[in-house]
Ligand binder design. Sequence first.
Ligand code: URA
Length: 239
Amino acid sequence: MQTPVSLFTSWPEIPAPESAAASALPASTPQQAPVVDLPIIPVAQAETAASELNFGSLSALAEKAATCRLCGLAETRTQVVFGVGSETADIVFVGEAPGRDEDLKGEPFVGRAGQLLDRMLAAIDLDRDRVYIMNTIKCRPPNNRDPRIDEVQSCNLWFEQQLELLQPKIICLLGRVAAQTVLETDAPLGSLRGHWHDYQGIPVWVTYHPAYLLRSPAQKQKSWMDLQTLASRYQHLSA
Ligand code: URA
């Protein structure tokens, strides 16, 4: 494995915010989910409805999620951002929520933070095709505000089924919001990093969100330590 120094220099300074990210997007009209005239339904009803649904595959689940109207974010999103990567991945990375670029493209982590996530994956010899990347919630909160509790609760239906179908061997939570949401805690990120957690029997590791690392590059060193521990456990899976 490479040294931390070369790894950190291999995470480039990524150019300017909006323009650079936007120009990375395809010029074509973004894929729009089919317009389906469904009412927004309360969480309790949604849970009942979900328990009656039986999705046999991730693609069937994604197709259903694409028309989701379980919370108010359905009114403001461009499209549902379900997840990307290998359906047989041993490791799943979970972010917070789609941002502007993701909302337009329909894929998680495609903006500046996503470019850094790609570098982080490369640093431990992984790439998007070998992992699965998703968010705690599937639709962009307006102005990138933190997801609200009702939105998280509604989206938990998709989140749980997604993980049930993926059956990963490791989950890596990126940043405070993902960590607090999935681990159902209000503990600060600092106290959640550095030890293993459990989500329904799956080992969970917590590290910094790449967007935070873009704002606070001094934390990349600690992030590298996190990634090494993660990589070591991942490598032991196939040993
Ligand atoms: N930040 C996230 O948490 N998720 C994304 O998909 C993009 C940015």
